[in-house]
Write a protein that binds this ligand. Structure first.
Ligand code: PEP
Length: 259
């Protein structure tokens, strides 16, 4: 255990389901119904992030249930002539509390760079939405020995815009691109090494890093969750595919609560 992780700070585990562009009213109703029934007790915070059109369905369905709702993206702009965009204040107006920012699919398929990601994180915080900032290297970057430097660059893009104090309010999700949706998860040791390096980097920039929750994402399943959560600097998970099934997501939450 490294020095920062061993500081006596309790970081409640957080499990976030990223539904991506999946679902329908009928399929969501079944999934939400199952998640509600399974979300009993446990020292874990649960969040689901459906596509925009289904946010209200999820918020209404989960009223009074200990599962919060988040969005998968937001605009950095407050309002105006931006066809197709959704602002942070619209999301809070609906009852969203969280938002995923800088997912690798947004970075790679929709050209979001570090500057755009930082602006979105700032817009989220301004509207009192909790940003989940995704960072992570590609396979070729890892093979070139650049995993840490890429992740540090992505973090730096946000810390330098937000400043250390505000950056401390962000949840960071380390998601190696080569592990997302591939079934090829990082080993607990590989993930822990990057998580420890993220915490050390944030501390070096003056962020209260011991309190920042660091999620791992990339092919997390009920089968591998416990070994990931056993690592000192892994404070939860950002879950894609497995979050579309009641058992998959709920078992990951149980593993988080037990760790
Ligand atoms: C994700 O989309 O953030 C993700 C981690 O997906 P999966 O769990 O399917 O790899």
């Amino acid at each position: 255990m490294n020095d920062l992780a061993s500081v006596l700070v309790v970081r409640k585990k957080l499990v976030v389901g990223n539904w991506k562009m999946n679902g329908s009213l009928a399929r969501n109703a079944a999934l939400l119904g199952g998640l509600k029934a399974a979300a009993v007790g446990g020292e874990v915070e649960r969040v689901v992030c459906p596509p925009y059109p289904y946010l209200v369905q999820a918020i209404e369905s989960l009223a009074g249930v200990p599962i919060a709702v988040g969005a998968q993206n937001l605009s950095a702009i407050k309002e105006g002539a931006h066809t197709g965009e959704v602002s942070a204040s619209m999301l809070t107006d609906l009852g969203c509390r969280w938002v995923i920012v800088g997912h690798s699919e947004r970075r790679n398929l929709y050209g979001e760079d570090d500057v755009a990601v930082a602006a979105k994180v700032q817009a989220a915080l301004d509207a009192k939405l909790m940003p989940i900032l995704c960072v992570g290297e590609t396979l070729s970057q890892r093979e070139a020995g650049q995993a840490e430097s890429i992740v540090h660059r992505q973090l730096d893009g946000v810390v330098s815009v937000l400043g250390a104090e505000r950056a401390g309010a962000v949840v960071v999700a380390y998601e190696p691109v080569w592990a997302i949706g591939t079934g090829r998860t990082a080993s607990p040791e590989q993930a822990q090494a990057i998580h420890a390096s993220i915490r050390a980097f944030l501390a070096s920039r003056g962020v209260n890093a011991a309190e920042v929750r660091l999620l791992y994402g990339g092919s997390v399943t009920a089968a591998n969750a416990a070994s990931l959560f056993a690592q000192a600097d892994i404070d939860g998970a950002l879950v894609g595919g497995a979050s579309l099934q009641v058992e998959g997501f709920s078992e990951i939450c149980v593993a988080a609560a037990a760790s």
